[in-house]
Write a protein that binds this ligand. Structure first.
Ligand code: NAP
Length: 283
């Protein structure tokens, strides 16, 4: 088989960032020097979460947007977090709100996500946004699955009528991605920890998505020859949820780890914050 196509999320993310820079400039010119603002709320001191928030702030700076970092202590209550989200909802200078997942255990994360105003839900985490997206209504998609769909679109991967198998059903990744693929007329199967004969299900797939959170969990031998392989996982040592070394021997296209899905998550967050700012301005 010929070499598989590399679905280069890093390069695509750069194209998206480059396209956002002039939009920020135009926005700034029309708004008396003000730029779009993303409020990033971090609860507690988890180092990985702190790094993600920092990376998102850096990405905002790269394209000329502002980010406002809001740090709540590890001991913060749901009420305190809700009050903070409310302040951001009410603040006309904030266009997008990101609540970094996961939050400490004492906090009702679902209540916190759902407190984000729909027009500022640029990370696509509210139930309302999810429902609208599922119904094909305008909504900001959950950032990682939206990034995966952007990769699929950019590389013109055929989706309609294809069998897509999504391994993982988390609210921020597997579940919304499955619905996005369904909305593009794929025949979608969602797998999870109770799925039986997972290998056989994956073998049916024209498009396989690994969103499991376990390093190299999906074996190369499960991949149908010619399938498109999307690996959303990221683990220490730079491996994903799919055994890519083995999968590349069989697939027709794949997202590398790193440099595939990861950079697209941030690009979508920026892009949706830009959209939110422009929509506010248009009102
Ligand atoms: P998660 O919330 O832990 O969900 C994992 C999913 O995998 C669950 O639905 C779980 O099923 C399923 N699963 C677990 N063990 C399984 C098994 N043995 N067989 C089949 N399914 C199994 O994880 P997540 O937040 O969706 O993240 C998934 C991966 O994506 C992680 O590697 C994470 O690092 C990565 N990720 C990357 C980005 C990015 O920006 N690139 C963003 C988010 C996540 P149940 O529902 O039955 O428990």
């Amino acid at each position: 088989m010929s070499q598989p196509l590399i679905l280069d999320g890093k390069a695509l993310a750069k194209i998206i960032e480059d396209s956002l820079r002039p939009r920020v400039e135009t926005y700034k010119r029309k708004n008396g020097g003000r730029v779009p603002v993303l409020a990033a709320i971090l609860v507690g001191g988890d180092p990985a979460s702190a790094t993600y928030v920092k990376m998102k702030g850096n990405a905002c700076s790269r394209i000329g947007m502002d980010s406002r970092k809001i740090n709540l202590p590890e001991t913060a209550t749901t009420a305190e977090l809700l009050a903070e989200i409310d302040r951001c909802n009410e603040d006309p200078l904030v266009h997008g709100i990101l609540l970094q997942h996961p939050v400490p255990r004492q906090i009702d994360e679902r209540a916190a996500f759902d407190a984000i105003a729909p027009e500022k839900d640029v990370d696509g985490v509210t139930c309302l946004g999810f429902g609208r997206m599922a119904m094909g209504e305008p909504a900001y998609g959950s950032a990682t699955p939206a990034g995966i769909m952007k990769i699929i679109e950019h590389y013109e991967i055929p989706v309609e009528g294809r069998r897509a198998v999504v391994v993982g059903r988390s609210p921020i990744l597997g579940k919304p991605l499955a619905l996005m693929l369904l909305n593009r007329n794929a025949t979608v199967t969602i797998c999870h920890s109770r799925t039986q004969n997972l290998a056989d299900v994956v073998r049916q797939a024209d498009i396989v998505v690994g969103a499991v959170g376990r390093p190299k969990f999906i074996q190369g031998g499960w991949i149908r020859p010619g399938a498109v392989v999307i690996d959303a996982g990221y683990h220490p040592g730079g491996v994903g949820d799919i055994d890519l070394e083995a999968a590349v021997q069989r697939c027709s296209a794949y997202t590398p780890v790193p440099g595939g899905v990861g950079p697209m998550t941030i690009a979508m967050l920026l892009s949706q914050t830009m959209d939110a700012a422009e929509k506010r301005f248009a009102r």
